[in-house]
Design a protein around this ligand. Sequence first.
Ligand code: NAD
Ligand code: MG
Length: 302
Amino acid sequence: MKKSSLSSKKPQMQSEPKLPFAVQHQRAPGLESKLNPKPRYAAPRYRAANKLEGKIALITGGDSGIGRSVAVLYAREGADIAINFLPQEKSDARETQRVIEALGRRCVLLPGDLTNPKLPAKLISATMKEFGQLDILVSNAAHQAHKESVAELTEKELYQTYETNVFACIRLVQAALPHLQPGAAIIVTSSETGLLGSKGLQDYASTKGALNALVKTLSMELVEKGIRINAVAPGPIWTPLNPSDRGRTAKEVSRFGADTPMKRPGQPEEVAPAYVFLASDADSSYITGIVLPVMGGTTVGG
Ligand code: NAD
Ligand code: MG
């Protein structure tokens, strides 16, 4: 019997791009269009099944990286999308929008800086105005910059990291809650750094630890309302975040992810299905308050 083209391929785990990558660095926020190789977000082996038909999702950081892949898979599952990003990332956001519209779904662009305390409420009201409902909130934007020592962590940087990674997430949940119906899902992008710590990421890793505790705590409150909240903790993933981390060298970027058991970074398309799983009532209705590791073989206790 002739093998199908799919089954004759190497497993995805073994066919994603291998290291080393090109030596490269960008200014933050980086652009996906400038990365070499291009991150894989399209998930061609993924089979959609209308799991999110009729749903509306708001995704922060949906222009690039993990957020772009989540936006595309949600659209493939039948959802319409609103994405937030920084104004400097408009070209990446337009590309995400182009791909989603080619799938026959809507993608509304909502640029703005999440360190502005008023932005989260504006994003929620803009989404409600456009679509009249909100079913899935993905709080995914983050700021990251390595430092040699905690002594180098300036007050400005500390605020930028906490405002972007934690405060914006709390404000988004506060603003979204009055609109979320039973069956709604909130997904927060955490990180393995929040579980394991990470040398040189004093502020960033601690924000991810805070998000893990936040998700567990909010799950206790929101379960009464029929709303689930979970986190995904990715390992090293090939996105603009690390190539634009000003504390990383271009050489380090070319070896990003080499320390994982898989000896390579993950691709956004290898993380995004976890966000479909956690958003889909049919798949994860008995799951709330978890931190789901997607870490290329690095294990955690518990
Ligand atoms: P990315 O650069 O593609 O996405 C991060 C996004 O954050 C940017 O696109 C930008 O739109 C947004 N952002 C940053 N500062 C902002 C601000 N002030 N206002 C509004 N938006 C802002 O990189 P990514 O790796 O896909 O990051 C997505 C999430 O994944 C982040 O929470 C990150 O911490 C997390 N994560 C990434 C990795 C990795 O190795 N790439 C590992 C673990 C966790
Ligand atoms: Mg971006």
